[in-house]
Design a protein around this ligand. Structure first.
Ligand SMILES: Cc1ncc(COP(=O)(O)O)c(C=O)c1O
Length: 473
């Protein structure tokens, strides 16, 4: 417990106080009796001044305690606590009515807890070193084949084509399917800009439709309304780890002869009716950016069950060059290749992918059990047939309080993120908007909380506590 590290018993020596301060790294110790009743607050500066005035390291701390110190009371609002801090007092004990220390308040402007952090504690370094020693550091090498095969198997697809990031995975998929000028591609309003940028870079026309209120994913009813004779494809985005309603989407696609490119950048391992996302459409696209469920630093993958698409993806990824005749180009292609170094990290990540997913799930459960049922807080829904994964823990903060909550967390040293803006809100994409009502609301209320393997229970509890205190206000 972080609080325990702040406490120092009244009969401690100055040396003992220094030990406490050294452990908590906060420059302050709260001096308490055996019942944790507060007797005083001592800073590293107080100890220094005491030593300079002739006290010894074995002097009892009780001899240097001063009467003047600042405390917070249980039930004080954030603003009250904040008003008690200044340039010198950045940390204060919070006491109950018996003056027992029950918590502490710390004013911090630095972000110490990131929203996300990659888990690289397996064989990542070993395999990257191996790749370096092998001298195969560009886009040929054993790790690329291995990563492609393992990730395709994980995604329940026959083929995997590794690329340099998730955005080009989407672009490559559209190019492979022949989507271009004059073609309309239906995408959700609530997504990262990469989804729409890929469509625009393919010279096709995006059609932005609204998302379902419950799942935050593209709404099949809105897709249906937006289909025209020019529609060529749908890009369902499994947003924030939540799978889209794939049966309805595939049914519409089949009825209207449309391609489906799944954007699975945030949903590795999520399932719909027991089947992995990425395996429903013609091509599934993943991102391995450092904040994603598994990472290769930068990186992405297209997965497919179609042997022909697999070959075309590979050819276009590699300048459109013939696989039989070197330097003979049959298509105007790209250089979208992944390096063996990135794939080496990917292979190490695949060794732990299920462990990572389980760990993220239990982080999600811990947040949910602390926050569930709180007024003004709506956690991401678990829907029938859809087994979501936890990418970043995502929730809605109602009553226009989202931005204040973000500010509060930031001030407490916790990085949290708002949801993506609705694409249709941004001037450069506005002309492509078809419908956006739910998306606008969700986007203005959504928050992502710190989520990464290795996050401590204390952080989750503290973040929840700050949220609770603030939302209940
Ligand atoms: C929904 C979505 N699509 C696509 C991407 C693009 O992935 P990358 O950052 O690897 O290009 C991202 C990731 O940031 C994303 O969140």
């Amino acid at each position: 417990m972080e609080l325990d590290k702040m406490l120092c018993e009244e009969n401690a020596t100055l040396l003992g106080v220094l030990y406490t301060i050294n452990t908590n790294t906060k420059g302050t110790a709260f001096i308490v009796d055996q019942s944790k009743i507060l007797l005083g607050v001592v800073t590293d500066g107080d100890v220094r001044r005491a030593l300079l005035s002739g006290k010894q390291l074995d002097t009892k701390v009780s001899e240097v305690l001063q009467n003047h110190y600042v405390i917070g009371s249980l039930g004080d609002s954030y603003e009250t606590l904040l008003s008690k801090t200044n340039s010198k007092i950045k940390i204060l004990p919070i006491v109950d009515e018996n003056k027992r220390v029950v918590d502490f308040f710390e004013y911090r402007t630095d972000i110490t807890t990131p929203v996300s952090s990659p888990y690289l504690k397996g064989n990542e370094l070993k395999y990257v070193t191996d790749a370096v020693l092998s001298t195969w550091i560009s886009s040929t090498g054993k790790y690329i084949d291995q990563f492609e095969q393992e990730f395709a198997t994980f995604s329940e697809c026959d083929y995997g084509v590794a690329v340099s990031n998730g955005t080009v995975a989407l672009h490559l998929a559209l190019a492979t399917l022949g989507i271009g000028e004059g073609d309309e591609v239906i995408i959700p309003d609530l997504t990262f800009a990469a989804t729409i940028n890929a469509v625009l870079h393919a010279n096709a026309t995006p059609v932005i439709v609204d998302v379902e209120k419950d799942s935050w994913c593209i709404d099949p009813l809105e897709i249906k309304k937006a289909i025209t004779k020019n529609t060529k494809a749908i890009i369902p985005v499994h947003i924030y780890g939540q799978p889209c309603e794939m049966d309805s989407i595939m049914e519409l696609a089949n009825q209207h002869n449309l391609f489906v490119v799944e954007d699975c950048a945030e949903a590795h391992g999520a399932t719909y009716k027991g089947r992995k996302v990425g395996s429903f459409g013609h091509i599934g696209c993943f991102s391995f950016f450092a904040n994603k469920i598994i990472t290769t630093g930068e990186g992405g993958m297209c997965v497919t069950n179609d042997a022909k698409q697999n070959l075309k993806l590979r050819q276009l990824r590699d300048h459109g060059m013939s696989k039989e005749k070197r330097y003979w180009h049959e298509e105007v292609g790209f250089n979208y290749r992944m390096t063996n170094l990135q794939a080496a990290i990917g292979v190490a990540q695949m060794e732990k992918v299920n462990e990572i997913l389980d760990e993220r799930m239990s982080i999600g459960s811990m947040y949910s059990s602390g926050l569930n049922g709180m007024n003004g807080f709506e956690m991401q829904k678990k829907l029938q047939d859809r087994e979501k994964v936890v990418w970043l823990y995502s929730a809605l903060i109602k009553d226009n309080k989202r931005d204040e909550v973000l500010k509060e967390l930031k001030e407490q040293g916790y990085d949290a993120r708002p949801f993506f803006y609705s694409l249709s809100e941004m001037e450069i994409y506005q002309d492509y908007a078809f419908s956006n009502k739910n998306s606008l609301e969700i986007s203005s209320e959504g928050i992502n909380l710190p989520t990464y393997v290795g996050i401590s229970d204390d952080v989750i509890q503290n973040v929840s506590k700050h949220l609770e205190r603030f939302i209940d206000k």
